[in-house]
Structures are given as C-alpha cells and as structure tokens.
Design a protein around this ligand. Structure first.
Ligand code: ADP
Ligand code: MG
Length: 685
C-alpha cells in the first residue's frame, strides 16, 4: 500500500463507497489520512438506571427482564424489551432492527447507549447502541473519532478503513527537521497522524493536533510567500488619465464618503496608478459601505477604457450589485456599461453576455465564479474585485495571466480578522480598514428572547410595516426534517400568514429554490412588494435593502455568533432605527451567555474576540467562524499562537531560499513542491 494508491485498494471500499468518498474529496490513501475527525466520542463508565439523566446521551448497564414480540406498525418493525432491576426499569425500543433479538436474552446484562426520555409516563430509550459487557470494555478508555460524513457513508466504515491504513504504517516520511520540531515543540509527523485518528488520551490528541495545525499553516504561508514573490513585481501596464465620471459620481451621491471610505479609495487609486499592480484587501464591518469604494474603482477603470469585473459569492448578491450599477448609470448619467453573467442564465443569455464582454461593449462585468471560467474572454481587463470572499485564488490569477492580462485585484471582506492576524496570513497584501460607520446610522437595538415572545414580535413587526418598513425572519431549515427540531422556512411562512394582517405580503426564500425564483423574490422585496421575508441564511451575506428595519432570527442558538452578526448586518443600513430579535429555542445557560454578547455590542471585532474567549483555546472543534478562511484543522482564531509560530518558521525559509537546498531539508522541499502543485487550486490569496 502506498499513499498515492487509490482508496479502492482498501478492504471494504468498493466502487460504490469510493464514489461517496469522492464527494468528500477523498481519492487516495493520502487524502484519507488527512480526513480528520470533527469530534471524538468518549465511552464513559456505564451507570445504573437510577442515575440515568434524561434527554442527554447516557450509557446504562441493565439486566434484561422481558423481550416483547416484534410489532408491526405500518412499515416499521418494532422490537422492544424491558430491562432494569427490582426497583427501576426502562423500555428499550428499536425500529427495523429485528436482528438484535438474538442479542437480547432474559437475565443477561447488557450495556445500552442512548438518550433516556419519558414516553407515556415510562422511562424509554429509542434506538440505543447495544453492547455486551465485553464489547463495551474494549471501547472504553479510547476516544472514538467522529468523521465528517456524507449521505450513505457511515462513521463505522471510515473508522474501519482508517484503522487499516494506520495499522499498515504506510505513513509519510517526517519532513520537519528535528531542531525545528524541538524549537516549536511539535510531535513527530506519523505519531501525529495516527494519534489524531485514534487518540488514547485527550492530552495526546492536543499534542498531535498542534503538529497538524502547524503543518497546515506553515505550508500555506510558505506557499503564499513563494507565490507572492512570483506575482508581486508585476508591472502595471494600465494608464488612468481620466476621472470625470468618478468625480461626477462622488458629487451626485446622496451622502458624502466617510473619512475611512475616502482613505480606502485614495489607497486604491494610488495603487492603480503605481508601477506595479494592486493587491489590496478592504476590510470593513457589515454596513460600513465597502461597495461604493469598489464602485469608484470600477467606474475609474471603465472611463479609462478598461474592463473591470466584480465577483460575488451568490447569485442574489451579484444581481443586487448589477442593479446598483444600472442605477448609477441611469440616475447619475455615468458612461458605464454594466453586464451580468451568472450560472443560472440560459445558454443563450450567457452567450450574448460573453460576446459583449469579448467585443468590449460591456465594461463593468458582475457575476459569480462564472466570471473566471475559461470560456470568458475579456477584452481589456484591468481590475478584478471580489466581494465577501477570498476565492480569487492564485489559480485564477494565473489563468488570467496566461491570457495575457494581470489585472489589479481588490478583495473586500467583512470577516473580522484582527489586523495582526491579517498581516500574518496575507503577508504584505495591502490592507485598508474601514473602521467607521456612516454618520447617519443609529445603533441597532437588540434583544434575546425565548419563543414565548413571538406574538409580541409579530405585533411589533406589524407596526414597523405599517410605518412603511420591512422585516426579515430567519429560520435555520428549509423544510421539516426528522433529524432536527428547528423552525423551517416553509411551515413558518404559512403559519405567519395567519398571524399577520392580510395586507402584509409575506414570502419565503431559501437555497433550494431556482436562482430565477430567488432573484425574483429579492427584487420584489427590494421594491417593497413583499414586506416580510422568511428566509434561510441565503440572505446572510451582502444583501442590501436599507428599508428593512427588523431582523428576527429563530433558533438563534443554532448559529455561530459571526453568522448572527452578518445576519444582523442586513438591517440598520439606512437612517431609520433598526431592531434585531434573537429568538432562542434553548434555555441552556451557555447559549444565553453566548447570545448575550450580541446584545452588548454591534461591533464585529468585539464579537469575534468575545466569542473566542467563551470558546477558549480548549475548544478544539467548536463551531467555526462563518465560511471564510477555513483550514482543515487549524482555526486562525483559536490557534493564533500556532499561526504566529508557523509564520515565523515560514519567514526563515522565504527569506533564505537556499536553505531548502541543504540535505537536511530535502524532505521538506519535496513536501512543499508537492503542496504547491496539488493545493495550488485551493490556495486563496
Ligand atoms: P457593506 O460594507 O456591508 O458592503 P454597503 O456597501 O452595502 O455595506 O453599504 C451599506 C449601505 O450604506 C448602502 O445602502 C449604502 O448606500 C450606504 N452607504 C454607504 N456609504 C455611506 C455613507 N458614507 N453615508 C451614508 N450611507 C452610506
Ligand atoms: Mg457588501
């Protein structure tokens, strides 16, 4: 067995399961060993029934008293047994698992693991895991990995084949030299890999994880540095001599730019006129007004005879940006020719758009990732803006360079990364921070409530709508699900119609809808034809309807704080007082404490740092910040110290490349070359 071998060489992996593994991007043994657990399960000491706590996972040691015959209810075969001692008993029930009947013998002691609850007045456990005492003993004392899965693939299968790989010791050579490892206090590579999958103790796990986090950051930063070197001093061949349109736009805006916006625009303009092409990140909290800075840059490019492209993460957002530019064109008489290009357009529409782009008839091109697909030929692309994502990767830049252009790049992000971290990660990418909100903003009023508050919330929303405003209500799910108790958009909207006066138009929006339908609803919401939008988090990023003043989030406990902050950013975008209602479906203390943070502040930086304190560095696999800058195992926030160390180590090599030619670094050099080749795709600048 070799690391480069296909996973089908493993026992238990056929064509069918291989296809499932492909969905998780696992093709080779090497991919598999880097599929890290997302959490671990501990098989604790079993307890007696009388100590059983309800509604949380428990392991009980019980004696079987009676086994019932199998009952059939519709298509379910129900197997049940009564177990316990002379004083207490519990009903154990399994659905469609009749084969377990052999394992249930009256008078024998078994171990069951599941969630005890009261049903029809009796203590019950449904679908518990079932073990003999011997079986359970074997499991105890280990941490059992829980892997990210996909439908059809079980955790047990992954454990089974991971064991094969780890036991066969096909592992890789250590590539970090001993002195470096000692200095950074890092575990040996192969130990780290086998321990991350099958740790004996928590301390071992932490030690192993540190090594893998280090590797991930170290290779990432080093690769970035090397790549930057190769793209950095790219000559700026574009000339910007006119700025009539830019000035006319600024003059006609209904507001004046904040100082921070002004400064960011100056930074951008300066870069665009310098000897080398721009690589700039504009960072600003939600609602700080990043779009106008990008708009100025795009108008600047257009009036000087170039094309500019703006890439958004979702179609809804791309459409909104497009409408914005059309409005600029019409309202302010700017000589720009915006065009939209997204995946959901018909083949014919796409072809027409591409033709206009190719012939230079369009100069501000807005879209999703479709913008950088190979078949789009730009006429004279001088500027690329990416909004709310870092996905303008090295690969895309290279692709454009192959086509003969190396445009200026502007990245806009609301991810609250502290400046120090941003510098470590982006190296010398220039950063402009918009750290000031437009002066007309009134701080959003927040409240965290439980579900009993709903009726009050609805009458509040009614009042706001009657005053001419609009509201969002966010639910975590699209439709009802068996696996999760949470509000869903479809039923919620139906229910809401009954609660609100009939003249209020409600509508639902979610990711499973066709792009055309989504856009249509967003447009009607923007035009105030819809007053209350019941939506999943598809509106999370970037959506701008300044007339909306209420954001109500159902099951707020299920979202990360950063995500809730993004959602809150959908209101408070105009001059009217806005409100945010976080409805918590859980009365757990931790949840309340976490949501309270949102109550305290509207500042994204503050929130992520408080969030961090609450989670603490001990929380290895807690929820991540929303979406951006995700590593496989490292977390730039909780692992900031490791990140710092990795950056230092990377600096040592990027400053002295000759070092890598020395024999003791031969393995490392190989690893870096491999990384650059394989992971270039996913490396994001
Ligand atoms: P974000 O930084 O979240 O992308 P946007 O660029 O969408 O924010 O701006 C949010 C809202 O604020 C928009 O409606 C925009 O027109 C408005 N806006 C931007 N700059 C200013 C300003 N200087 N004064 C008043 N309103 C502004
Ligand atoms: Mg935005």
């Amino acid at each position: 067995m070799k690391l480069s071998d296909n996973i089908t060489c493993l026992k238990g992996v056929g064509e069918k399961s291989a296809a499932l593994f492909h969905k998780l991007n696992i093709y080779t043994i090497d991919d598999l060993v880097h599929h890290y657990p997302r959490d671990y399960e501990e098989y604790e000491m079993p307890v007696d029934i009388r100590y059983a706590k309800k509604d949380c996972v428990q392991t009980l040691q019980v004696t079987i008293k009676r086994v019932e015959g199998v009952k059939r209810v519709r298509n379910l075969q129900i197997l049940s047994a009564v177990a316990g001692d002379s004083e207490n008993s519990i009903i154990l029930t399994w659905f469609n698992m009749v084969f377990l009947r052999n394992k249930l013998k009256v008078g024998e002691t078994i171990i069951v693991r599941g969630t005890p609850m009261t049903k029809n007045g009796r203590l019950t456990m449904e679908q518990p895991e079932l073990f003999t005492e011997k079986e359970y003993e074997k499991k105890q004392g280990h941490l059992l990995p829980k892997y990210p899965l996909t439908k059809g693939l079980t955790n047990n299968l992954i454990i089974k084949i991971m064991r094969q790989v780890v036991d066969s010791k096909v592992l890789e050579r250590e590539f970090l030299p001993l002195p470096l490892r000692q200095k950074m206090k890092l575990a040996e590579y192969n130990y780290a890999i086998s321990t991350i999958h099958f740790p004996e103790k928590r301390e071992d796990l932490i030690f192993a994880r540190k090594r893998l986090v280090f590797d991930e950051f170290f290779l990432f930063i080093l690769a970035l540095r090397f790549l930057k070197e190769s793209t950095e001093k790219t000559e700026n061949v574009f000339r910007f001599t006119k700025e009539d349109n830019v000035q006319s736009l600024q003059r006609q805006l209904p507001f004046s730019l904040t100082n921070a916006q002004q400064k960011a625009w100056q930074d951008v303009k300066e870069n665009m006129n310098s000897d080398y092409v721009m690589s700039r990140l504009i960072q600003g909290d939600v609602g700080s007004g990043k779009t106008i800075v990008a708009a100025l840059a795009l108008v600047y490019a257009a009036e000087n005879g170039y094309q500019g492209a703006m890439m958004a993460p979702t179609e809804v957002l791309a459409k909104q940006h497009y409408e914005y530019f059309v409005e600029l064109q019409e309202k302010y008489g700017l000589k720009i020719h915006p065009i939209l290009l997204t995946g959901s357009m018909t083949a014919k529409q796409k072809r027409q758009a591409k033709e206009r782009i190719e012939m230079g008839m369009a100069d501000i091109i807005i879209g999703t990732h479709t913008l950088f697909q190979e078949s789009v030929a730009y006429d004279n692309l001088a500027l690329v803006v990416t909004d709310e994502q870092h996905r303008f990767g090295v690969r895309q830049r290279e692709m454009l360079m192959e086509k003969g252009t190396c445009p200026h790049v502007l990245v806009m992000s609301a991810t609250p990364i502290p400046r120090t971290l941003a510098i470590i990660i982006y190296g010398d990418l220039d950063i402009s921070v918009i750290d000031e909100l437009p002066s007309n903003r009134i701080p959003i009023k927040n409240c965290v409530v439980d579900t009993s508050y709903r009726d009050k919330a609805y009458s509040f929303i009614t009042k706001e709508v009657q005053a001419g405003h609009q509201a969002y209500i966010i639910c975590p799910m699209v439709e009802e699900s068996e696996n999760m108790e949470a509000e869903n958009v479809i039923d919620y909207e139906r229910m809401l119609k009954e609660k609100l006066p009939p003249e209020i138009q409600t509508e639902c929006l979610h990711g499973k809808m066709k792009a055309g339908a989504k856009n249509d609803i967003m447009e009607r919401f923007a035009a105030n034809d819809i007053q209350v939008l019941v939506s999943t988090t598809v509106v999370e990023v970037g959506v701008n309807v300044p007339n909306a003043t209420v954001m109500m989030v159902e099951n707020a406990e299920l979202f990360g704080l950063a995500q809730l902050h993004q959602l809150r950013g959908r209101v408070g975008r105009g001059a009217a007082q806005s409100y945010c209602i976080f409805v918590s479906g859980s009365d757990k203390k931790d949840t309340k404490k976490r949501l309270e943070i949102l109550n305290q502040s509207n500042d994204g930086f503050f929130i992520s740092s408080e969030d961090l304190k609450l989670r603490g560095p001990g929380d290895l696999f807690g929820f991540r910040q929303s979406g951006l800058l995700e590593f496989k195992i490292g977390d730039i926030f909780t692992d900031a110290a490791i990140l710092q160390g990795a950056a230092e180590a990377a600096g040592m090599f990027s400053e002295n490349k000759a070092l890598l030619e020395e024999p003791e670094y031969a393995e490392l050099k190989k690893k870096i070359d491999f990384y650059l080749e394989r992971d270039l795709n996913s490396l994001n600048l």
